[in-house]
Write a protein that binds this ligand. Structure first.
Ligand code: AMP
Length: 585
C-alpha cells in the first residue's frame, strides 16, 4: 500500500499548509491513490472503510476544485448519519482553513431549518448533509444544485442499508449531468453496483484495505511514563508478567544500543538488530532469536521488517512508532496463530497527542495501563519463585543434603526456620541482615559487571541458567559471605569482583552499600540513566556494607562524578568521590 508525501500529489500550498497544521505527515494509501485521479475530474469509486483517511481523500480534491469566486453550491457530500455529516464537515473545514473564500455547511435532520437557511442563503460552496434533509431543502428551494460540480457519496452501502436509496436517486437525477462523482463504500453489494452502473461515468476503481481491517487479535495497552523511567517501567512489566519472549522496538539505532546494554546490565538476555549491523550478524541474531537462545530482541522498525517470528508473547513499543501503519506492523508480530497477543506502548510527554491521533486514525482499541508498583513486582517474583520450588520438589530434581539438614536439626533448629533462612539467602539476603533484597534490588541481579565485552556477559548470552536466574536474584558479592557461592549449582555466571587496578578505569566511591540493599544493577542503571552513557562504561563493582566501589572508564570519571553528585540511590543522597588507594575496600 503506497503512501506518498502530500507535496507529491499536485496540491495547492493552501492545502499543504492545512495538512501540515493538522499533523498529517504523509498521505494515507487511499489519499495517495484517490487525490491525483479525483483532481483530474474523473469519477472515482473508492473502496475503503472508516479509519483509512477517506474523508480527506475526497474532501481535498473537492476543496481544490471549488471556485472561491462563485458562492453557489459546487460540492455536495452525502453522509448516512448526522454524526458523520458533522465529522466530515469539521474535517473539511480544517482542510479548507487556508483557502480564502471557501465555505461549507452541514445540513442534517434534528437541527433547526433556520440556521441552515441562513447559511445556505449567505452562499457556500460545499454542503455536507444527510440525504433526507438535503431532499427537504431541494424541495423547499433553499438548496440549489444547478452549479454543482462534484457529488460525493460517503459510506454509500450504509446509506442504502438505512433506506436512503430513493432520496439518493432523486438527488443524483436532479444534479447537472456534467458533475463528477466520488463514491465511497466499504462493501460492494449488488445494489451499490447498480447505482454505480447508472450514475458513474467510466469511473476509476480504487480499493484499499484499511489498517483497521488487518489488525490482529492483540490486547493493546499504553503507559504514560517519564522518558527517564522507561527502562524501569519496562523491566517491571517484564517481571510482573514473567515474559520470556518478545521484541522491544526503539526509534533509533542509538536507543537500540543503549537499551540493549541497560537490559543486559539488569540481567535480561537480550540482543539487538538495527541498520548498522551487518547482514551476516543479523542472520545470526535472528537464528538465535528463533531458537529462543535469548529472551528479548531490541530492534528498530527497519531491522525488524520481514522478520519471520510470530509466536511472541509481547511487543513493546519502547518508543512510539512514527505512524499507525508502523504501529500495526509492529504489534502484528504478536497474537498470531489464533492466540491473543500483547502490545505495550510507552508514551512520554507530548507523545500522547500523537498516540491519540493514531488511535483515531486507525481506530485502535488501546487502553491505558498502570506501571506495576515495586510491591506487585515483588509479589510476582515471589510467586515465580514459589512455583520453581514446587516444581523442583515435584520433579525431585535436587541432590539430597540430608547430612547438613540433620546437623542443623540436631542443633535444635526447626525445619521451617531452616527453609526460611535458605530462601532468605537465595533471595539476596546476607547473613545477619533480616531483610531480603527489596524488589528494586531484586531487579535481575548478577554480580558480574555489565561491560558488554566481559566474559560474564558473553556467557550470559548463551547460558539459559543465567536467564532463569532473573527470578531468583543472586546474592550480593561478599567475600566473607557463604552466599557468594553459587547456590544451586546451575552454572551461575562468573562473578567479577574488583580484583585490582585496570589502567583504563578509575574507581569511584559511592556512599551507599549493602546496608541500603543496593545492587550492581542499581548502580549501573543509575549511572547510565543519569549520564546517558552506555552501561558499558561501568566495569567491576564491589558492594560493601556502607559503601560501594565502582570502576568506570577513566576518561568519563569526572563527567560521571559531576552528574551523579546529589542524586539519590536507595534513599541516600550520593556524594561520590574518586577512590584513593586508601579508600576502604
Ligand atoms: P477517516 O478514515 O477519514 O474517518 O479518518 C480517520 C482519522 O484519521 C481522522 O481523525 C483523520 O483526521 C485522520 N487522518 C486522515 N488522514 C490522515 C493522514 N494522512 N495522516 C494522519 N492522520 C490522518
Amino acid at each position: 500500500m503506497e503512501k506518498k508525501p502530500f507535496d507529491q500529489l499536485g496540491l495547492s500550498p493552501d492545502i499543504l499548509k492545512a495538512v501540515e497544521k493538522m499533523g498529517f505527515e504523509e498521505a494515507s494509501p487511499i489519499q495517495t491513490a484517490v487525490i491525483p485521479v479525483a483532481l483530474t475530474g474523473k469519477d472515482v469509486i473508492g473502496m475503503s472503510s472508516t479509519g483509512s483517511g477517506k474523508t480527506a481523500a475526497f474532501a481535498i480534491p473537492a476543496i481544490e476544485r471549488a471556485d472561491p469566486k462563485t458562492r453557489a453550491v459546487q460540492v455536495l457530500i452525502l453522509c448516512p448519519t448526522r454524526e458523520l455529516a458533522v465529522q466530515v464537515a469539521e474535517e473539511t473545514g480544517k482542510l479548507a482553513s487556508f483557502k480564502r473564500g471557501i465555505a461549507g455547511v452541514p445540513i442534517y435532520g434534528g437541527q433547526s431549518y433556520e440556521r441552515q437557511f441562513r447559511a445556505l442563503h449567505q452562499g457556500v460552496q460545499i454542503v455536507i448533509g444527510t440525504p433526507g434533509r438535503v431532499m427537504d431543502h431541494m424541495e423547499r428551494g433553499t438548496l440549489k444544485l444547478d452549479a454543482l460540480k462534484i457529488v460525493i457519496l460517503d459510506e454509500a452501502d450504509r446509506m442504502l442499508d438505512m433506506g436512503f436509496r430513493e432520496d439518493i436517486e432523486k438527488i443524483l437525477t436532479s444534479v447537472p449531468e456534467t458533475r463528477q462523482m466520488l463514491f465511497f463504500s466499504a462493501t460492494m453489494p449488488r445494489a451499490i453496483q447498480d447505482l454505480i452502473g447508472r450514475y458513474a461515468k467510466d469511473p476509476a476503481w480504487i480499493k484499499i484495505e484499511s489498517v483497521a481491517q488487518n489488525r490482529p487479535q492483540v490486547e493493546q495497552t499504553y503507559f504514560e511514563v517519564d522518558r527517564r523511567s522507561k527502562i524501569e517501567a519496562l523491566t517491571r512489566l517484564i517481571d510482573v508478567n514473567d515474559f520470556r519472549y518478545g521484541i522491544i522496538f526503539c526509534s533509533t539505532k542509538i536507543m537500540v544500543d543503549e537499551l540493549d546494554e541497560h537490559l543486559h546490565a539488569r540481567g535480561y538476555a537480550t540482543d539487538r538488530l538495527h541498520g548498522d549491523i551487518s547482514q551476516s550478524q543479523r542472520d545470526r541474531v535472528m537464528a538465535k532469536f528463533r531458537e529462543r537462545k535469548f529472551e528479548f530482541l531490541v530492534a528498530t522498525d527497519v531491522a525488524a521488517r520481514g522478520l519471520d517470528v510470530d509466536d511472541l508473547e509481547v511487543v513493546f513499543n519502547f518508543d512510539l512508532p512514527n505512524d499507525a501503519e508502523d504501529y500495526t506492523h509492529r504489534i502484528g508480530r504478536t497474537g498470531r496463530a489464533g492466540r491473543k497477543g500483547l502490545a505495550f506502548t510507552f508514551v512520554s510527554g507530548q507523545e500522547i497527542y500523537k498516540l491519540q491521533s493514531m488511535v483515531r486514525w486507525a481506530r485502535l482499541d488501546i487502553r491505558r495501563g498502570r506501571i506495576p508498583s515495586l510491591d506487585e513486582v515483588e509479589e510476582a517474583r515471589t510467586s515465580v519463585f514459589f512455583d520453581k520450588i514446587r516444581a523442583t520438589l515435584d520433579d525431585k530434581k535436587f541432590k539430597p543434603h540430608d547430612r547438613m539438614i540433620d546437623r542443623l536439626l540436631d542443633q535444635g533448629y526447626v525445619s521451617t526456620d531452616i527453609c526460611s533462612a535458605l530462601i532468605h539467602l537465595l533471595q539476596g539476603g546476607a547473613p545477619g541482615n533480616p531483610t531480603a533484597a527489596t524488589p528494586a534490588a531484586a531487579a535481575p541481579v548478577t554480580d558480574a559487571a555489565p561491560a558488554p565485552a566481559s566474559p560474564a556477559r558473553a556467557e550470559a548470552k548463551s547460558a539459559p541458567a543465567w536467564v532463569k536466574s532473573r527470578a531468583v536474584p543472586k546474592p550480593a558479592a561478599d567475600d566473607a559471605s557463604p552466599s557468594a557461592e553459587p547456590v544451586d549449582g546451575e552454572g551461575e555466571p562468573e562473578v567479577r569482583p574488583r580484583t585490582g587496578r585496570d589502567p583504563g578505569k578509575a574507581t569511584l566511591f559511592f556512599n551507599v552499600g549493602r546496608k541500603e540493599l543496593v545492587t550492581p544493577a542499581d548502580l549501573v542503571g543509575k549511572i547510565a540513566g543519569v549520564t546517558r552513557l552506555p552501561a558499558g562504561v561501568v566495569g567491576a563493582i564491589d558492594i560493601h556494607q556502607r559503601h560501594s566501589l565502582v570502576d568506570v572508564d577513566a576518561h568519563e570519571a569526572d563527567f560521571i562524578l559531576k552528574k551523579i553528585a546529589g542524586i539519590r540511590i536507595k534513599g541516600v543522597t550520593i556524594a561520590p568521590a574518586r577512590a584513593t588507594d586508601g579508600a576502604p575496600r
